[in-house]
Design a protein around this ligand. Structure first.
Ligand SMILES: C[S@@+](CC[C@H](N)C(=O)[O-])C[C@H]1O[C@@H](n2cnc3c(N)ncnc32)[C@H](O)[C@@H]1O
Length: 339
């Protein structure tokens, strides 16, 4: 691997196209996000800095941080053509070595942290012999075996976002990050576990293949933080694209992940204890001998044969396809009784 490619991987260096950054900022404005201060912690050549200058005229200060000083030079040159860019302050810094607590502590007003952290895992870094990592990499508290088995593998964007969440302790503001969808889910779950003061959140799908040439599910994760006077709300909205305004609300209810809270609340009366034991998962190949329907002549299998089966081994069967289409409840003979 040549040095340039290695550096690109080590620093997760895939700059956001200007038009995507602008669309993101416009969507945030559409969601009512109107920051006093904007922070881009790994700003690269600054598509989000430029888009923030164009979209948030009320913001008093716009901060860009970046490890690569050449990128900051490019950005300084770009800003000479941008209106109201005198609000922008740029600093070369390593995210992992920065005292964010002090930096953020000095700021007054509502903060928007925006950007696109590096998408690279710690294991990829070790494979290519790179070390763009936090000092303590076992932040999830995994044991030695989990480290060997790969469970302790993490995306450095995840580590960075968890750090950003700490900046919002007792502070009002928003985070908006382009990120792998799997990482976004982990962050939302973490915030819920920790009781972080999230007021609302949004996962807006983006086409990572089109914008970054990356074959991975990705999204814009937006989290809105309240001060500690309001009760946190860990439900969130999912949108199919930056232009989807309808979306659906997702959350946890009764220990379940509910993919559409509106429909769930209409059907919630169905949730409860069933006197009937349910089984799920019949191999498609076995369906002809495992599934039966009630007929006037008795139970019939998939070959059209009438069969006699002990009632102990019959269970209700509801297929996913039944839920999508019209409901027809069949019965399944469960051959292996208890595994
Ligand atoms: C995915 S790119 C995104 C750049 C910019 N945020 C954007 O949206 O176009 C990630 C950026 O993070 C920078 N970066 C990587 N590791 C860093 C670190 N430890 N500290 C600060 N910046 C870092 C890279 O140089 C790169 O510009």
């Amino acid at each position: 691997m040549n040095e340039n490619r290695k550096r690109q991987i080590e620093f997760g260096d895939f700059q956001t196209p200007d038009d995507l950054a602008l669309n993101v900022c416009q969507r945030l404005a559409g969601l009512g996000i109107c920051p006093d201060i904007v922070i881009e912690p790994t700003c690269g050549i600054g598509s989000f800095i430029v888009a923030a200058c164009q979209t948030f005229p009320q913001a008093n200060e716009i901060y860009g941080f970046e490890i690569n000083h050449n990128y900051l030079d490019v950005l300084r040159a770009r800003l000479t053509y941008i209106e109201n860019a005198e609000r922008v302050r740029l600093k070369q810094t390593d995210f992992f070595a920065t005292d964010w607590h002090t930096t953020i502590g000095k700021l007054n007003g509502s903060v928007l942290v925006i950007g696109n952290f590096p998408w690279v895992t710690n294991s990829t870094q070790s494979i290519i012999g790179a070390n763009n990592l936090p000092e303590k990499t076992n932040f999830q508290g995994h044991n030695g075996f989990e480290a060997i088995s790969g469970k302790a593998n993490f995306d450095i964007s995840e580590w960075m976002l968890l750090e950003v969440l700490r900046w919002f302790k007792g502070r009002v503001g928003n985070v908006a990050m382009l990120i792998k969808t799997a990482v976004a889910r982990k962050i939302l779950a973490h915030a819920e576990r920790q009781g972080t003061a999230v007021q609302d959140a949004f996962m807006i799908s983006i086409d990572a293949k089109k914008h970054f040439g990356a074959a991975v599910e990705a999204c814009l994760l937006v989290m809105c933080f309240t001060d500690n006077t309001q009760k946190p709300n860990h439900d969130y909205m999912i949108f199919d694209s930056l232009y989807d305004e309808k979306g659906r609300r997702v959350g946890h209810r009764g220990g379940l992940i509910v993919g559409d809270l509106a429909t769930f609340s209409e059907c919630a009366f169905l949730v409860g204890q069933s006197p009937q034991k349910w089984r799920s998962g019949v191999k498609h190949d076995a369906s002809a001998v495992m599934e039966f329907t009630h007929t006037a002549h008795g139970l019939k299998n998939g070959f059209g044969e009438v069969v006699e089966i002990e009632s102990d081994y019959l269970f209700p069967l509801l297929k996913g396809s039944d839920i999508g289409g019209s409901l027809s409840v069949g019965f399944i003979k469960h051959y292996v009784s208890d595994w």
